[in-house]
Design a binder for this molecule. Structure first.
Ligand code: ADP
Ligand code: MG
Length: 351
């Protein structure tokens, strides 16, 4: 096993716009990287180049010292020792779970005790040791997905590539499978790259999140760090449920700033700023606090409630500020559409 290194990777399908460009990424051995971005941004293309199903137009892919591909040469997929799990995890219905899992070993000519030991280990890793003789039809959706994982693990791949494997599952099963993927990663020790357009999935699963947009890599960081310090409007908009608000630029170079100093703007007071002297800030709903005290005291930023979504433990609000900008906030007490209220903002991030 070794580090996977993508250097200035590019892919142009000749459509007039490159699907992937200048994409450099270093995935450490045993790491679990989520590749996050909106549909059509080039995630699958990156994964297919790593797996060897597409040849890069530019740049290179190395696994440790070994060159896997560049614009001039490309190692075929079967020589890369990687496994790719797709959204649809086709299992053979007429074969037992054990035979499904062992199939890639048969193809490689492995049999006998070595075959049985590897199948048993792979099934143990996904906690299906007792299901070896069942048929796929007798299993739940989550168990079938675990069989597909065991099948990809059985050949001890250096890198496991997963392309939106949970996209078609309902929320409950999704949560169960997120647990399975995390455990799978811990037990197998494989380097994993997990493609998703779902930010909460990326944050929950991975040790590092790489955000891409329009073929380019924007930021790579551990989930907590990318949440706390998103770089730029696109990452800020993709991570968390925050809103981006444009404000006059504050003094100093700190990313966090004193919202109170900017409140007059939201209160409708004139704020004189030179053109270009504005900045975008990201406000997370958990940092925009609506409280009864605020309303009673007439303190805080004035806002009107545009819509309310009851989420059980709280109300998710879409607010309109005095200057017509939108801000998302949470409230613990019930409010109604059209209500006027006041809120305080605990923290915001400059983008
Ligand atoms: P994602 O997986 O993030 O949804 P893709 O990697 O599938 O994005 O696609 C990125 C872009 O490349 C899209 O604009 C898509 O239409 C284009 N694309 C992908 N595969 C091909 C192909 N084989 N030929 C031409 N264009 C392609
Ligand atoms: Mg895709």
């Amino acid at each position: 096993m070794a580090r996977l290194i993508l250097n200035q990777l590019g892919k142009d399908f000749g459509t007039g716009r490159a699907a992937v460009s200048g994409f450099s990424l270093d995935v450490r051995e045993g790491g679990f990287l989520a590749l996050l971005g909106p549909s059509g941004c080039g995630k699958t293309t990156v994964l297919r180049m790593i797996a060897g199903f597409e040849t890069p137009s530019d740049g290179s892919i190395h696994l440790g010292e070994r060159l896997l591909a560049d614009a001039a040469q490309s190692l075929p997929p079967e020589k890369r020792n990687m496994a790719m799990v797709f959204q649809s995890y086709a299992l053979w219905p007429h074969m037992s779970v054990a035979d499904n899992v062992g199939y890639p070993l048969k193809v490689r000519g492995i049999s006998g005790d070595a075959y049985r030991a590897k199948v048993r280990d792979a099934l143990g890793t996904v906690r299906l040791a007792d299901y070896a003789e069942r048929r796929p039809a007798d299993l739940s959706g989550g168990q079938r997905q675990r069989v597909a994982l065991a099948r990809c693990l059985v050949t001890s791949p250096d890198v496991v590539l997963l392309d939106e494997p949970l996209a078609n599952l309902d929320r409950h099963l999704k949560q169960e499978m997120e647990e399975t993927f995390r455990e799978f990663h811990q037990r197998s020790g494989a380097t994993m790259i997990y493609v998703t357009h779902d930010q909460s999935e990326a944050m929950a699963l991975a040790t590092d999140v790489a955000v891409m947009s329009e073929g380019r890599l924007l930021q790579v960081a551990p989930p907590a760090e990318i949440y706390a310090r998103p770089e730029g409007r696109i990452v800020g908009g993709l991570i968390g449920r925050g809103t981006i608000v444009t404000l006059p630029r504050a003094a100093g170079d700190s990313r966090a700033f004193d919202w109170q100093a900017l409140e007059p703007m939201f209160a409708g007071a004139a704020v004189s700023t030179a053109d270009g002297d504005r900045m975008d800030v990201l406000v997370r709903p958990e940092d925009a606090i609506v409280s009864c005290e605020n309303i009673a005291a007439g303190a805080g930023i004035a806002a009107t409630v545009e819509s309310v979504l009851f989420e059980g433990e709280r109300y998710a609000l879409k607010l309109i500020l005095a200057d017509s900008q939108v801000l998302r906030a949470y409230s613990r007490f019930p409010v109604r559409t059209g209500d006027s209220l006041r809120l305080s903002v605990r923290a915001a991030w400059r983008l």
